[in-house]
Design a protein around this ligand. Structure first.
Ligand code: GAL
Length: 703
């Protein structure tokens, strides 16, 4: 697949999002602590665990960090046994010393609360805080994440340690922010959690009658006559029950997090932000719910096995990473942090290959291009013993820099240099892709064709649209949409009434909405809509999905996007209104589909709604993307760049930053549409030549 990227035009002077500074405006306005300069606008960071090393080693590490232009260390997550060696006996002196020694070198701290690693004394004394696996076994000490996120005792202990930390460090001038816990993921299936889930259901549904109706529990005699009969189900359960459990999981992560946030907020300066590190497309909980209370979103960006330009589930890995950046930016609809990324290799893939020379730097600049304000490497140095001895680091077991250190130092130097130009800039998109967790889960639970992967479906739109539009936002369907010329919903399976209302208003106000397969099939309880797909949008569309077919083999699709095939799935569309245009039809296949509409579109006032019932291969999706962007007036102003070059843009008040990254093997020369400033090398230029993994950062003043 080609990675042709096109520069987007400089469209307007108004930014869609809040000003893109790494500390949210509310925090940035707080007075800077006395005698401590403000941190640079864009930070290079690393995870550092001073508690593993004698204090005599710290200055050596910190000097090496300083030399690499590192300005941020993340400390503390997992260090509970060092902060509270026994119950009620706290030791923060070491941490304060580490923070201050780092600060003296211009290295600012993000403190992690240590709750993903409860100490042995805690779980021994309070075994009720241990989570219960699905099969009823209790988790044990010896790993991490063994806690139960719903357990009141654990929450009290977590509140206590977080508030002790905040009392000690809430005014420390070098502490710029907080990370709650680490990568929320594991939940508990114990009886008390089940009772809390039942109470949650009671709050949501009010009466059992209501729940029974919405879940259609008469089916298979699932009818509940007492709340305490409702089980936890994660497998082949009632779809309403499955979705409710996931919602409960998400709300419980949110309240788990809020508990610690409240403890911190009580004592910490308002300038200190609070975040947690999320995991891209990980679907364990609804990230929009959990992100609500956070000041900024952050995520952990790992390639694992492979490379940016290697195929991953049919798409290049670069698209996965790009889309995960865009997803994370969409959680708060503003710039974000990369809280962890891999220094070379990881230890958890099947083959833990290293990224090629130059690839780590390229990856960092891609993140920055998508709105990252900080790039932080996990980790500085491996513990001499521990589960992750083999993981990539910046310093080896001998305490000396590894070969990659020089490349990371280059990134640090460049971020320092480009920081002032990047400050206050943020990506801006003309195209949005809609995403909801309930839709992803609903399709995953009832795939109907085992290879149907909702993330891959989303990527099948994202990749060609990204190539044309140069920038994509990924947002919820309830987000404000008016700023977009084109809104694409690849698999909006669960369509809430609020989302339907927002989408209808978007089209009526002149927007172009494109719906992909499986859209509008389910209601908020994961039950079938009583109108066929796209449910409440049927009237607007003037057509519907008359029938869907899981495919054993691809079927032909023909029309104005050329001759193509639909893979895995085909939706036969019907046309109900005379002003509907058929864009594509299925060719001869199973008889039912032969000659039937596969894609339709309808102009509604100044707006438009389109439904695509075929999942075409790359060539067809590229043509579909070209059609939908051109009819929606999505304008790529820069013109094409060579295959394998990605262009990202960040818009500021007076200038636009373009970041060009060449992930192709060959050297590439790119003619710029105008004279631009070369931010990294100085001077102005009208063309750049980039070797494999080469990066250019260019600034164009607003005319
Ligand atoms: C992350 C985790 C880190 C470290 C890293 C290794 O998921 O947050 O603590 O384990 O993976 O790649």
């Amino acid at each position: 697949m080609k990675i042709v990227r096109v520069l987007a035009p400089l469209l307007s002077t108004t930014l869609p999002f809040a000003a893109a500074i790494y500390i949210p405006a509310a925090f940035a306005q707080a007075p800077a602590p006395k005698n401590v300069p403000a941190p640079p606008p864009i930070l290079l960071g690393t995870s550092w665990y001073p508690e593993w090393w004698p204090e005599s080693r710290w200055p050596i590490d910190l000097d090496l960090m300083q030399k690499a232009h590192i300005h941020m260390v993340r400390m503390g997550e997992f260090a509970w046994s060092s902060m509270e060696p026994s119950e009620g006996h706290y030791d923060f002196d070491w941490l304060e010393k580490a923070i201050d020694e780092a600060g003296a070198r211009g290295i600012y701290t993000v403190l992690g609360t240590p709750t993903a690693g409860p100490p042995a004394w805690l779980t021994q004394k309070y075994p009720e805080t241990l989570r219960t696996h699905k099969d009823g076994r209790k988790a044990r000490h010896g790993n991490r994440q063994q806690f139960n996120w719903d357990n009141p005792k654990y929450r009290a202990l977590a509140h206590d340690i977080a508030s002790r930390m905040a009392q000690r460090f809430g005014h420390n001038p070098y502490v710029i922010g907080w990370q709650i816990d680490n990568e929320y993921a594991k939940v508990s299936y114990d009886a008390a959690t089940q009772a809390d889930f039942q109470q949650w259901l009671k709050n949501r549904y009010g009466t059992l009658d209501n729940l029974n109706t919405r879940w259609t529990t008469a089916y298979w005699s699932q009818t509940y006559s007492n709340w305490n009969q409702v089980p936890i189900e994660t497998g082949y359960g009632n779809p309403g029950l499955l979705l409710s459990w996931k919602r409960f999981v998400s709300d419980t992560w949110r309240s788990y997090q809020k508990n610690q946030m409240d403890a911190i907020r009580q004592y910490a300066d308002p300038r200190q932000f609070i975040t947690t590190n999320m995991m891209g497309w990980f679907g364990g909980y609804d990230h929009y719910v959990v992100a609500k209370d956070l000041d900024i979103a952050s995520w952990d960006d790992y390639i694992g096995q492979g490379h940016l330009d290697a195929a991953h589930k049919g798409y290049l890995k670069i698209y996965w990473n790009d889309s995960e950046d865009d997803l994370t930016r969409g959680f708060k609809r503003k710039n974000f942090w990369v809280m962890e990324t891999q220094p070379g290799h990881v230890n958890w893939s099947e083959v833990n290959n290293d990224l090629n020379k130059g690839e780590v730097r390229a990856m960092a600049w891609l993140n920055i291009g998508h709105g990252a304000e900080t790039i932080s490497y996990w980790q500085w140095r491996s513990a001499l013993n521990g589960q992750e001895e083999y993981h990539g680091t910046l310093v080896g077991a001998d305490g000396k820099p590894v070969p990659l250190y020089t490349e990371v130092a280059q990134v640090g130097r460049e971020l320092e240099k480009a920081g002032p130009a990047l400050a206050g800039t943020t990506p801006k998109s003309q195209v949005a892709i809609l995403h909801t967790y309930p839709s992803f889960w609903a399709i995953d639970w009832q795939k109907h064709n085992k290879n149907y992967d909702p993330i891959v479906e989303l990527l099948s739109y994202y990749a060609p649209l990204r190539n044309i539009a140069q920038s994509i936002d990924i947002v919820q369907p309830t987000a404000p949409l008016d700023q977009y010329k084109l809104v694409v919903a690849p698999g909006l399976n669960v369509l809430s009434d609020a989302a339907a209302k927002n989408l209808i208003a978007y089209v009526r106000n002149g927007g172009h909405l494109v719906l992909g397969q499986r859209s509008g099939m389910k209601n908020s309880d994961n039950g079938l809509q009583t109108q066929l797909q796209p449910g409440p949008l049927t009237d607007l569309l003037g057509g519907r999905v008359a029938a869907y077919y899981a495919l054993e083999n691809p079927v032909p699709v023909e029309g104005q996007w050329g001759n193509n095939t639909s893979q895995l799935w085909a939706e036969m569309l019907s046309v109900d209104k005379p002003d509907v245009t058929v864009l594509e039809r299925f060719g001869k296949s199973n008889g039912w589909l032969d000659g039937q509409p596969a894609a339709i579109t309808r102009k509604v006032g100044k707006g438009r709604i389109t439904y695509i019932g075929a999942w075409m291969d790359d060539a067809g999706m590229e043509k579909a993307a070209a059609w939908m962007t051109s009819i929606s007036h999505v304008k790529p102003a820069f013109g094409p760049v060579p295959n394998g070059v990605e262009v990202d843009s960040r818009y500021g008040k007076d200038h636009t930053i373009f970041i060009l990254v060449n992930v192709s093997k060959a050297s590439q020369t790119i003619a710029l549409p105008a004279k631009m400033q070369d931010v990294l090398n100085g001077g102005t230029t009208q063309s750049v030549t980039l070797p494999n993994y080469g990066v250019a950062v260019l600034s164009e003043s607003k005319k």
